[in-house]
Design a protein around this ligand. Structure first.
Ligand code: NAI
Ligand code: MG
Length: 503
């Protein structure tokens, strides 16, 4: 954790950021900039250079030169040392990074305060991995003395396109593994939240990462993002965001058949059986849903509660939801900050209206907090709908806000059926004391992560990703090496005669 909150950066005036290309901080070719505002009070916290296609071209050229230059041929042990240095700097800068993340995105300090350390862990894991990426040998199956081995090679230039809901950790997920595998990177952070990605660029430069190995180009999706996804000089795109955008990325990738991995959000079921300890189950459900104001792709937004527990659970969950401390995310006792943007607030408000029209029962929240000190911000109360039918829009669509849809189920089969009955499959969870049932259900749920009696466990060494419209490919863990390298098979003739078939 970090120390007490520093003075507001808003009183310091906005920070100015340039693009980071080829190891230098430069203006955009067009000279254009865009503002990023604090979701707490709408004050301008950053003015960033606005990248577009010409800047992406520059960044890809710089990344290619660095790939063919020092980076792909650098011994992995040397690459690892630089990644470890970045990890150290992420940790020593953790307080400042937390403050900037909170100002830019509205993530409460209780969460942003740990992101520097979490990001450092990711870099350290991949620094260790850098020296363990290698090919294999397999003896030929037929007679004859041949040596066959594989080389595991980097892809080249990797484009990372990140969302606004966890700006630093998303930038780190796109960057650390790609670099460890010997690729160079062009990162396009989300337009709402450029700050900590630009700080990562500064840290990488300070750590001695050779110029061009990491390039960061803030800008908008349809311009800078699309230019990166379409670019013939990019070998792979790693994308996190909504599935509609993910589909576009795949379409754009066909120009040069670059590979794509997609992490695309969800509508995760949190299944709660009647044998649980009620207080613990409620605490876990609150944690799974309200972290980061519900703006987490793997949030447990559908609470599936067994009918025999339903009334007792709902009563306590609503009571606890009303007590969640909503406030300025820079305050250390705040548990829920604002939503990231006015657009996101409107989206949540729209879904609240939809829920009411669909006939779900609004049990608490549903509006903006009454506290006048929050009136300028994009705040929304913790909101609980009960009596939700899984067919309703509020049960099927990703709201990305602090809105619970509570659904009743009868038994194990019913829970699994409802749990799987969505287009998404990112995460799921089950709470029960019956270990056999817990593992049976874990097997049957169509989701990339299943949590049993917990939520939000995500670690650098464990794969994270989706089933169905939650995307494909995995981030974190050794499985990711497959997405960031390719194999080359080499054959050597060791026989002391030459086969002369055409003699
Ligand atoms: P988005 O998918 O539009 O944006 C994510 C990233 O993609 C940003 O960097 C954006 O600039 C870029 N992008 C957008 N259009 C692009 C294009 N045509 N070509 C290339 N890049 C493009 O998500 P957005 O609009 O910020 O949020 C909308 C909804 O998406 C949210 O309400 C939420 O439901 C969902 N979402 C899911 C996330 C997740 O973690 N899975 C993260 C953020 C949003
Ligand atoms: Mg969008």
């Amino acid at each position: 954790m970090v120390g007490p909150a520093q003075p507001l950066a808003t009183s310091e005036g906005p920070r100015r950021y340039q693009l980071f290309i080829g190891g230098k901080f430069v203006d955009s070719r067009s000279g254009k900039t865009f503002e990023s505002i604090s979701p707490h009070d709408r004050s301008v916290v950053a003015i960033a250079a606005e990248g577009d296609k010409p800047d992406i071209d520059d960044a890809v050229a710089a990344a290619r030169a660095a790939y063919e230059g020092p980076w792909s041929s650098m011994p992995p042990g040397e690459r690892a040392k630089i990644l470890l240095k970045i990890a150290d700097l992420l940790e020593t800068n953790a307080m400042e990074l937390a403050r900037l993340e909170t100002l830019d995105m509205g993530m409460p300090m209780i969460m942003s305060g740990s992101m520097g350390a979490v990001s450092a862990d990711v870099f350290r894991y991949w620094a260790g991995m850098a020296t363990k990426i290698h090919g294999l040998t397999a003896p030929p199956m037929r007679p004859g003395d041949y040596l066959g081995y594989t080389l595991r090679e980097p892809l080249g230039v990797v484009g990372g396109i990140t969302p606004w809901n966890g700006p630093l950790i998303m930038a780190v997920w796109k960057t650390a593994p790609a670099l460890a595998c010997g690729n160079t990177v062009v990162l396009k952070p989300a337009e709402h939240t450029p700050m900590t990605s630009m700080e990562l660029a500064r840290i990488a430069a300070e750590a001695g990462l050779p110029e061009g190995v990491l390039n960061v180009v803030p800008g908008f999706g349809p311009t800078a993002g699309a230019a990166l996804a379409q670019h013939p000089g990019v070998d792979k795109i790693a994308f996190t965001g909504e599935y509609i955008t993910g589909r576009l990325i795949v379409q754009m990738s066909t120009s040069n058949l670059k590979t794509v991995t997609l992490e695309l959000g969800g509508k995760s079921p949190h299944i709660i059986f009647d044998d649980v300890d009620l207080e613990a189950a409620v605490a876990n459900a609150l944690f799974g849903l309200y972290m980061n104001s519900g703006q987490i792709c793997s949030a447990g937004t559908r609470l599936l509660v067994q009918e025999t527990l339903y009334d007792r659970f709902v009563e306590r969950f609503v009571e606890r939801s009303r007590q969640v401390k909503v406030g300025d995310p820079l305050e250390f006792d705040t548990r829920m900050g604002p939503l990231v943007s006015e657009e996101q607030l409107r989206k949540v408000q729209r879904y609240v209206e939809i829920g009411k029209k669909e006939g779900a029962e609004l049990r608490c929240g549903g509006g903006q907090p009454k506290d006048p000190t929050l009136a300028k911000g994009f705040y929304h109360e913790p909101t609980v709908f009960t009596g939700v039918d899984n067919k309703m829009q509020i049960a099927q669509e990703e709201i990305f806000g602090p809105v619970a849809s509570v659904i009743k189920f009868k038994d194990e089969d019913d829970a699994v059926r409802i749990g799987n009955d969505v287009i998404y499959g990112l995460a799921a969870g089950v709470q029960t004391k019956d270990i056999k049932r817990a593992h049976r259900i874990a097997k049957r749920l169509q989701a990339g992560t299943v949590w049993i009696n917990t939520w939000h466990m995500i670690e650098p060494n464990s794969p994270f990703g989706g089933y169905k419209l939650s995307g494909y490919g995995r981030e974190n863990g050794v499985a990711m090496v497959d997405h960031l390298t390719r194999l080359k098979q080499v054959w050597v003739d060791l026989n002391d005669f030459t086969m002369d078939l055409f003699g």
